[in-house]
Every structure is written in structure tokens, then in C-alpha cells.
Ligand binder design. Structure first.
Ligand code: ADP
Ligand code: ASP
Ligand code: MG
Length: 431
């Protein structure tokens, strides 16, 4: 008997009718002979609405209380889904993250899962029940309720799949899979049949929110086979799994964009040892994430500029932290720009294909878009551009690399159907 973990995102459980539809899908998987665990997100925009509510009460809500509030969203959908399944004549039982044994560290708002003690979930499965688990939440080692960060239900699902040794972790969402670019920005973007963990890590880290970054890390570390697909159709979606020989043939897998970061520049820093160490230590100690760090060549006066990007939501904190540090270091000043976006081109094949960066820069140049910062990894090239130009930038690069056509080639390649995927397909069909 196969064990399947299914995760349904906010849109998929957006209202009572959609919850009933999800219940039907879950029951289908059960009736096909699977043991089924379901992870749910909060309904529709509930999480945003709760955040709004908190902001009306407090400028800086205490992290513990905010987590207490936000976890309520997933509690609502888990109970409703469980009721909907029971209405269909099946046995179901819902669990909060804490009851499902999701143990996290104590960093409220972005807690990491340390351990999954899935005893109660397993007992429910053994009793023939469908287990419903609230996504995005856990209980800390200090016994407080925590949340895992935005999009965290993906991570709950993958962590449960790993702990239960599930055959597959299905991520049901409002698009049919992982596309060559966000289909809401590039309508002709194509669905990818399979994406390696490494590529998906880069896509998620670069802003493709279809899978939370940490869920991909978790899947890679535990070898969880992930299937991203639509909750509104029965079409096959995108498989996230170990790289294979065929994948390496595709030079580019996709483009991601991210509008959630801001640019920070410290101007006129004395170019002496220890300056960068000091600056970034201050930020690291406060838990601020930084990305795309660039330092200029030193001027004749022995001064240099350092720029980096950081989440816009942390910008106020960064400004406060850097103001005094920059002054102490003798810098000329700190400038910030929240109106930027990052466009990233990702593909395992770019390691061995020269000219990819040149073509990306040319596409932006032809579109008249100025590049403010460039950074690369072995399988990614990222450019910072003005936020107002990001959609145009994504479309220009997508077209330049003819990604719609490239994806067709990948989807039709027979070698992508590995034995593991074939087995999952067979169990879905109830064979
Ligand atoms: P859910 O609520 O189901 O978790 P999310 O909104 O978190 O859904 O993620 C799905 C969204 O991710 C899609 O609606 C799409 O706009 C966006 N997205 C961004 N990049 C991509 C991509 N490359 N492929 C598919 N979807 C993407
Ligand atoms: N409800 C949470 C959010 O909106 C978690 C999730 O949907 O994955 O971020
Ligand atoms: Mg999501």
C-alpha cells in the first residue's frame, strides 16, 4: 500500500465548495488504496488578513503572539476539511502542527523543523483514517507554537513525507506545475516535466514562490519525490527529484523573479581589512539575510562602496543597524532603494555552456532595461533591475532563450519517466 502526502494551498481551500472538492480528491486517493496524509494551508488570504489585523493592534506585535494568531488560519481549514471528508463517509481526523509532532526551534515567524514525531499520525493511518495536518506550524522545544515562514505548509508536507517515508509528496496548487517562468507574468511559459532539486533550490531561492525554499532543501536532504500539480485538474504536473543525465542536456530550466528585496549601498567606506567583516557581522547577529553582495574596486582615495540586497521587510532594521556602524567605520553614507527587483535565469546546463550570461544581458539591453547589480552561481545568473521593469525583463529573457519551445522538448523526452515516477502513477491509478 502506498503512502501519499498531499498538500493543498490557500486558493485550493479558498471557500466551502473548494474544501468539498478537495475532500473528493482526498477520498479518491484513499479509495485507490493509499494511506493518505493531507496538509492544508489557511483558506484564501486568511494569513494576510490576520497579519493586517495584528498591524491594526500593534506596530510591532510580539513574535510569540503573532505566531499564536497566524496558526489559527490553518486550524480552520484542517477542521473543515476533516468534516467534509467525514461527510463523504470516510474517517478523518485533524491535527495541529503540535499534535502532529512537528517540533521546531524557537525562532518565531521562521522556525526550522528539528524533528517530526509522527506517532499520532501513524496511529490514525493504522486505524484506517485519513490524517489532516495543519501546515505552516509546529511546537518549539520551549513548548510554544511557532510558524515556519510564508509558504511554510510546503515544508510541513515534505517533512511529514520524509518522516513517514511517503512514496510521493503531492503539492496541489493553483497552477499546473513549475513553469519556465511565473505563468501570471509570462502567459506562454511552459510547464516543466521534471526539475532537479538543485535547479528548484535556485528557482525558489530566486523568488519562484510555487515551492518554499526550505521545503526543497528538506526534499533534497531526505530524497523526497515531490509532485507539484493543480488542485483544479487531474493533469500530471512537475516532478522535483534527483538530477539525471537528460536534465543536464537542458541548458536553462526557468526564470524566477523576486520583488521582495531592497538594495542597500554603503558609500565611501575606507578600503582596509575588516570593514566588510564588521558590517555583515552586525547584520548577521540580528538575523538579517543578505544576498548579492558586491564591492567596488577601490578609488584612488582608498575608498570603496559596498552594495547588497536584503528583504524589504527588514529594511528599517538594516537602516538602523548600519547607520551607527557605517559612521563608526568612517563611511560617507548609507543609501537604500526598495524599488528594485531581481531577475534570475536558472539551469544546470549553463555550467558547460558559455554565452548564457551574455545572451541574458543582451536581452535586457535590447529591452532598454538597466542592470544595477549582477551575481552568479554555477547554475544561476541574477540581475537587479528597477521594480517597475521586472515583468518586461522576465518576458524579454524568456523570449530570448525561446523557453516555451525548450520546455516542449523536455516534456516529450521519454527518459524523464523513471521507475519511481512510474510506480507512483500506477498507485494513483489504483493498480
Ligand atoms: P499555494 O497557495 O498553493 O501555496 P502559492 O501562491 O504559494 O500557492 O504558489 C503558487 C504561485 O506561484 C502560482 O500561482 C504562480 O503565480 C507562482 N509562481 C511563481 N513562479 C512560478 C513558476 N515558475 N511556476 C509556477 N508558478 C509560479
Ligand atoms: N498560510 C501560510 C501563508 O500564507 C502558509 C502557506 O500557505 O503555506 O504563508
Ligand atoms: Mg505556497
Amino acid at each position: 500500500m502506498a503512502l501519499v502526502v498531499q498538500k493543498y494551498g490557500g486558493t485550493s481551500v479558498g471557500d466551502a465548495q473548494r474544501i468539498r472538492n478537495v475532500a473528493h480528491r482526498v477520498v479518491q486517493a484513499k479509495e485507490a488504496g493509499n494511506r493518505v496524509v493531507v496538509v492544508v494551508s489557511a483558506m484564501g488570504h486568511t494569513t494576510d488578513e490576520l497579519l493586517d489585523l495584528a498591524a491594526q493592534i500593534s506596530h510591532e506585535p510580539q513574535a510569540r503572539e503573532l505566531d499564536m494568531l497566524l496558526t489559527a488560519g490553518e486550524r480552520i481549514s484542517m477542521a473543515l476539511l476533516s468534516m467534509a471528508i467525514i461527510e463523504l463517509g470516510h474517517e478523518a481526523i485533524s491535527f495541529t502542527g503540535s499534535q502532529a509532532g512537528i517540533v521546531t526551534d524557537t525562532s518565531h515567524g521562521k522556525a526550522r523543523i528539528l524533528e517530526v514525531r509522527a506517532r499520532r499520525v501513524l496511529e490514525a493511518l493504522d486505524a484506517g483514517k485519513i490524517a489532516i495536518v495543519a501546515g505552516f506550524q509546529g511546537v518549539s522545544t520551549a513548548y510554544d507554537v511557532t510558524t515556519l515562514g510564508r509558504g511554510g505548509s510546503d515544508t510541513t508536507a515534505v517533512a511529514l513525507a520524509a518522516a513517514l517515508r511517503a512514496d510521493v509528496c503531492e503539492i496541489y496548487t493553483d497552477v499546473e506545475g513549475v513553469y519556465t517562468a511565473d505563468p501570471r507574468i509570462v502567459p506562454e511559459a511552459r510547464k516543466l516535466h521534471a526539475v532537479s532539486y538543485e535547479e528548484m533550490l535556485e528557482l525558489s531561492a530566486s523568488g519562484a514562490k510555487v515551492l518554499m525554499l526550505r521545503s526543497v532543501e528538506y526534499a533534497r536532504n531526505h530524497g523526497v519525490l515531490v509532485h507539484v500539480r493543480s488542485s483544479f485538474t487531474h493533469n500530471e504536473g512537475t516532478w522535483i527529484r534527483e538530477e539525471d543525465a537528460r536534465m543536464e542536456q537542458a541548458i536553462i530550466s526557468g526564470i524566477a523573479h523576486d520583488t521582495s528585496e531592497a538594495k542597500v549601498t554603503i558609500k565611501g567606506l575606507p578600503d582596509v581589512p575588516g570593514v566588510a567583516a564588521r558590517l555583515f557581522r552586525v547584520l548577521a547577529d540580528e538575523g538579517v539575510n543578505v544576498d548579492m553582495i558586491v564591492q567596488n574596486v577601490s578609488s584612488e582615495q582608498g575608498r570603496t562602496d559596498i552594495s547588497f540586497t536584503s528583504p524589504t521587510e527588514d529594511l528599517r532594521r538594516v537602516e538602523v543597524l548600519l547607520e551607527s556602524t557605517a559612521r563608526e567605520l568612517g563611511a560617507e553614507g548609507v543609501e537604500t532603494d526598495p524599488d528594485i527587483a531581481k531577475v534570475s535565469l536558472v539551469g544546470a546546463g549553463m555550467k558547460t555552456h558559455p554565452g548564457v550570461a551574455a545572451q541574458m544581458f543582451q536581452a535586457l539591453a535590447d529591452a532598454g532595461i538597466n542592470i544595477q547589480i549582477i551575481s552568479t552561481s554555477s547554475i544561476r545568473i541574477s540581475c537587479v533591475v528597477a521594480a517597475s521593469e521586472v515583468a518586461r525583463a522576465v518576458r524579454a529573457i524568456h523570449e530570448s532563450f525561446d523557453l516555451a519551445a525548450e520546455a516542449i522538448h523536455r516534456e516529450q523526452h521519454p527518459a524523464t519517466v523513471t521507475g519511481q515516477i512510474r510506480a507512483v502513477r500506477a498507485s494513483e491509478a489504483g493498480t
